[in-house]
Design a protein around this ligand. Structure first.
Ligand code: 5AD
Ligand code: FES
Length: 378
């Protein structure tokens, strides 16, 4: 038995030596450095650009991911309890004068079947939504010249008058300071405008010549100045995105301090120049949700439809990584498939009540509760 014991020791020594070797080769040194950066993020709620790059490169390290997810969920519970806020999304027009290369409703896609809801249809969506418990309406559309400032002001005023206890959110793209001011005075409270990427060279690769990151950023600062609760954000895994461009996104978010941040994986659309590009990574999206929750503890963070499209349990996983908002669709079922930003979008066959019910169950399945509340930034 002495010999056997000796044998055992030798085996164990060989195994531990091998584990040490592989740790030193890829896991240990790399892991500990990333853990240092992750712990600094938790302590200081911020990192330098270089440290963000380093952290993002370690996003596939399960130890780092688990540490950040736990901390993100802890912070989210501390600030918002188990409440999950719901926003009723009304996709009211898919006409767009822009030509973003990634987007299915870009103006130069001749196959997009265009539609716009009438004012009465929009108000009917609000009525339906209100009965289902929604207290926030998000009017989202392409940059549609038909819906000029006068028409938008008119709609916002009508919703404001009919639903004084509801938040009105607009998501209709880049406008002048004056236009944003008019919408605000008409009763709009919030505005969603993703910056898409905070890196100039990367922005150029996703958008045509006539668009610019500088204008985009100016819009976001104008909106903040006018007292809107502002939502920025970006796609994860858009073509030519790198750890460095993502680090720029995080640095920009920390500087802007938006009340909301929408992120979801890039998903190719068959009628765009990016049709053959791979989808963005779900695990990386989840990792970034946790990082953003830690950076901006009070931020309103949706588990997006794109995340639910890329993974059947993407939204649930999002909630388990620090997200606290969901945005089910209130648009008429007849038009849902036409708001076709990317392929295989979920929820295009279900009506508002079905979506609300489905999401309520999904939210509960991971220990949270869908609440009827304006869900203001705290
Ligand atoms: N994949 C994922 N998200 C997309 N969006 C636009 N096109 C795509 C796509 N192909 C996102 C953009 C936009 C939001 C309304 O939808 O980030 O801001
Ligand atoms: Fe729309 Fe599940 S959330 S069907």
């Amino acid at each position: 038995s002495g010999v056997l014991e000796f044998d055992g020791w030798v085996k164990i020594s060989i195994i531990s030596a091998n584990i040490m070797k592989t740790h030193v080769k890829k896991g240990y040194k790399r892991g500990s450095k990333a853990m240092d950066v992750a712990q600094k993020l938790i302590r200081e709620h911020n990192l330098t650009r270089e440290e963000f790059v380093e952290l993002i490169k370690m996003a596939d390290d399960p130890q780092v991911d688990a540490l950040l997810a736990d901390e993100a969920v802890r912070i989210r519970k501390e600030v918002y309890g188990t409440d999950v806020y719901t926003r009723g999304l009304i996709e009211f027009t898919n006409y767009c004068k822009n030509d973003c290369y990634y987007c299915g409703i870009r103006r130069s896609n001749p196959n997009a079947k265009r539609y716009r809801l009438t004012e009465d249809e929009i108000l009917a969506c609000c009525e339906n939504g209100y009965e289902l418990g929604f207290r926030t309406f998000v009017l989202q559309g392409g940059e549609d010249p038909y819906y000029n400032d006068d028409r938008m002001v008119d709609i916002v005023k009508k919703i404001r008058a009919g639903y004084p206890d509801c938040a009105i959110t607009l998501s209709i793209g880049e406008k002048s300071y004056e236009s944003y001011k008019r919408f605000r005075e008409a009763g709009a409270d919030r505005y969603l405008l993703r910056h898409e990427t905070a890196n100039d060279a990367h922005y150029r690769k996703l958008h045509p010549e006539e668009m610019s990151l500088a204008v985009r950023k100016q819009c976001l600062y104008d909106l903040k100045e006018l007292g809107y609760q502002v939502g920025a954000g970006f796609m994860v895994g858009s073509p030519e995105q790198t750890e460095e461009t993502l680090a720029d996104d995080l640095v920009f978010l920390k500087e802007l301090e938006p009340q909301m941040v929408g992120i979801g994986p890039f998903i190719p659309h068959h009628d765009t120049m990016f049709a053959e590009e791979p989808s963005g990574s779900v695990p990386l999206t989840l990792f970034l949700l946790s990082v953003i929750r830690i950076m901006l503890p009070h931020v309103l963070l949706p588990a997006t439809t794109a995340l639910g499209t890329a993974d059947p349990f993407g939204r649930e996983k999002g909630l388990q990584h620090g997200a606290n908002v969901v945005m089910p669709n209130l648009s008429p079922v007849k038009n849902r498939k036409q708001y076709d930003l990317y392929d295989n979008k979920i929820c295009t066959g279900e009506d508002a009540a079905e979506c609300r019910g489905c999401l309520g169950r999904r939210v509960e399945s991971v220990g949270f509760e869908l609440v009827s509340d304006r869900g203001d930034f705290r």
